[in-house]
Write a protein that binds this ligand. Sequence first.
Ligand SMILES: Nc1ncnc2c1ncn2[C@@H]1O[C@H](COP(=O)(O)OP(=O)(O)OP(=O)(O)O)[C@@H](O)[C@H]1O
Ligand SMILES: [Mg+2]
Length: 233
Amino acid sequence: MSDVPVLSVRALTRHYTAGGGLVRALDGVSLDVAAGELVGIFGPSGSGKSTFLMLAGLLENPTSGDVWLAGERVSHAGADLDALRETRRKRIGFVFQKANLIPFLSAVENVALSLEIADVAPADARAHGRRLLAALDLAHRADSLPAKLSGGEQQRVAVARALANAPPLILADEPTAALDSVRGRQVMEIFRRIAAAHGTAVLVITHDPRSTDLFDRIVHFEDGRVCAGKAHP
Ligand SMILES: Nc1ncnc2c1ncn2[C@@H]1O[C@H](COP(=O)(O)OP(=O)(O)OP(=O)(O)O)[C@@H](O)[C@H]1O
Ligand SMILES: [Mg+2]
């Protein structure tokens, strides 16, 4: 496997002006995530975790610093985010706290949609969607509408959707926050499995200390920086 990190961020800062003052949401973060690695990001509320994920996910530009995917510099201050849409779609899977499934599409249609956007023929997209759902123990829910699914099931559909294009990088922002501990653990175990089986680099923001045993590495954020020397949440 290549030694080049799947994700590499260098000296990333993001400043906001709010209420006349300057907020240093991120204040010089550098981080590498390798293929197959599951990294947990912990840190107090307001420490810059979600800001980091937005920048690493090419959804926002940094104030300074840069983001590299597989050795290619993709984002920096002033980068054209619209031009990065394809890169984002092909190379990054997102999972957020809420599943945000399209309510009038079935589970499998929700998963297939991201493949169809990538020009996969609808029948193939659905077949692949069913395989992914089956791998997440959701074969029996494939034709259900999101409203008929439990929170944990909806979140697993969201994970299947994030995996649909087989991205080398998954970014998840508190994916288990709305789940009970058993369902939350299941979702974290899925990430562990994906990282091991497919060499996917997975970065998960979480406040939940109960899944720390699954992570290869834990990174702590504090005041917009990576807090060195703190190994446990
Ligand atoms: N669009 C914005 N405009 C102004 N300030 C912002 C904006 N987005 C984030 N911030 C500020 O940046 C800081 C970091 O926010 P961020 O959402 O990254 O924290 P977080 O670590 O994800 O917190 P939480 O655990 O509560 O989700 C906070 O002080 C926040 O108020
Ligand atoms: Mg956040």
